[in-house]
Design a protein around this ligand. Structure first.
Ligand SMILES: CC(C)(COP(=O)(O)OP(=O)(O)OC[C@H]1O[C@@H](n2cnc3c(N)ncnc32)[C@H](O)[C@@H]1OP(=O)(O)O)[C@@H](O)C(=O)NCCC(=O)NCCS
Length: 217
């Protein structure tokens, strides 16, 4: 972890925040139907390990992380790219991300130790924002979805935020996209929907939902 020990106090327990039945509910039920279809076959003996990424992990995790990013974009995820980035571009992006002192990254590893998912916690540098953090880039490879990895990654990031005293969490996610439902299920609240926020892989502009979660403090 590249954060100072002084940054946080240990905070126990999570408050469940009521979810907002907002204008995204229609899109959400559509996403739920897609999700149920995708996760129908029960996977036996699925094991996944969630852990923070350290600088020492960089070289051996990089190819798998590149693949998670490329696969997510290929699946239409709105994570900064409009087409699956070339492996060299994706590798450069990961290298910059993993070396940023204010970004904490987690990886989900399958039983063979191959990355199948990731999430980030971005810590604002501002002195007046030491109680905040942004959750970003929650991604699970399509081959591993619907088995709990995404939920566990998000829980790991939230838990660390609480431990660091970063009790005000923020994120934005494609309105009606795969990830919106997961956040709503975990007690995130909708603040606003911003139209035309980002270009999709199909070249069209899509809205984003700004969300927040207040941890016990
Ligand atoms: C969103 C994403 C990370 C979910 O990963 P996952 O491993 O399939 O999620 P999980 O299996 O842990 O599901 C966690 C919970 O969310 C729900 N969920 C997950 N995907 C869902 C979907 N598309 N629709 C409805 N609910 C969904 C599950 O029912 C589960 O609820 P439960 O804990 O009550 O059982 C994955 O679909 C993904 O990588 N999407 C593309 C990347 C992306 O859009 N990221 C957003 C960046 S902001």
């Amino acid at each position: 972890m590249r954060v100072s020990a002084a940054e946080g106090a240990v905070r126990a327990g999570w408050r469940s925040v009521a979810t907002e039945e907002a204008r995204t509910s229609g899109a959400r039920s559509e996403a739920n139907q897609r999700y149920r279809k995708r996760s129908e076959p029960e996977v036996q003996n699925w094991r996944v390990l969630i852990r923070p990424v350290t600088p020492a992990d960089h070289d051996h995790l990089l190819p798998g992380l590149v693949e998670v990013l490329r696969d997510s974009v290929a699946g239409g995820a709105s994570v900064g790219f409009v087409a699956p980035p070339d492996p060299a571009v994706a590798g450069g992006w990961w290298t910059r991300t993993l070396s940023a002192p204010d970004v904490l990254t987690w990886v989900a590893l399958d039983a063979a130790g191959v990355p199948v998912g990731t999430v980030q916690l971005r810590l604002p540098w501002q002195e007046n924002g030491r109680h905040r953090a942004d959750v970003a880039k929650l991604m699970v490879h399509r081959r591993a979805r619907g088995r709990g990895a995404g939920g566990r990654l998000l829980a790991a990031a939230e838990e660390e935020a609480g431990r660091l005293g970063r009790w005000l969490l923020m994120l934005n996610t494609r309105t009606g996209g795969d990830a919106e439902a997961i956040y709503l299920k975990r007690g995130w609240e909708v603040l606003a929907v911003v139209p035309d926020f980002a270009t999709g892989t199909d070249g069209r502009l899509y809205p984003t939902t700004l969300m927040t979660k207040v941890l016990p403090h």
